[in-house]
Design a protein around this ligand. Structure first.
Ligand code: SAM
Length: 202
């Protein structure tokens, strides 16, 4: 537990949530760790869509999925997550993720946001407040009843502060009758520890 990572906290909830046959979205593929977890959990009957703006991240993710032998049930888009809806609509398989139930809920079980920059990559290609907010808003609409959004929010040195502030403000304002928002913290860590969080569609 000494080197406990923020993603481990999120992965526990994701593992509890995602079942065989589920639809999932990795909104920030990066090196593909979260995409792979989603694909494994959703199994051969599920479908996962992944987004990243960097070709390098897309290639890394595809390679990881290929090595694990799960590339059949995943679509990776080199595209900003703020264009999630239109991108899913264009793909014949992913279009199913936009379907609504009769009572107005979506069909997606889990959306993962691991904000910030690609580890070891360019900081100016990190996620940004405005586009992150747009993507979270679209994700909320796609969630099924009981569906979750997992969030890892980073800030420090030259990046992430504006985004963190915008996200925290936005999440605080979400309708508590429709969504449960739980934010955690590294309570006794100095400086700017990452913030893990969870949104559940009620
Ligand atoms: N989840 C990843 C993993 O498992 O390795 C790590 C994600 S990394 C912290 C954040 C990623 O977000 C970077 O690869 C970056 O290119 C990507 N990104 C930045 N802006 C984006 C956007 N508008 N839409 C989608 N991805 C974006």
């Amino acid at each position: 537990m000494e080197n406990y990572q923020i993603t481990q906290w999120c992965h526990r909830f994701i593992e509890e949530q995602v079942k065989d046959g589920d639809y999932c979205i990795d909104a920030t593929c990066g090196n593909g760790h979260d995409t792979l977890l989603l694909c494994r959990l959703a199994g051969s009957d599920g479908l996962t869509a992944g987004f990243d703006i960097q070709e390098q991240a897309v290639e890394k993710t595809k390679e990881r999925l290929r090595e694990a032998g799960v590339e059949e049930k995943v679509r990776i888009f080199c595209c900003g997550h703020e264009k999630m809806r239109e991108q899913l609509a264009e793909d014949p398989d992913c279009r199913k993720m936009l379907e609504k139930t009769q009572d107005g809920y979506g069909s997606v079980s889990c959306v993962v946001f691991n904000f910030g920059y690609l580890p070891g990559g360019a900081h100016d290609l990190a996620t940004k407040a405005q586009t992150s907010l747009e993507a979270v808003e679209q994700s909320l609409e796609l969630l099924k009843k009981g569906g979750i959004i997992s969030l890892c929010i980073y800030s420090g040195k030259d990046s992430g502060f504006e985004e963190k502030e915008a996200l925290m403000e936005y999440l605080k304002g979400l309708d508590s009758k429709k969504y449960l928002v739980i934010m955690s913290s590294y309570y006794n860590r100095p400086n700017h520890p990452p913030v893990p969080g969870l949104i559940i569609r009620l």
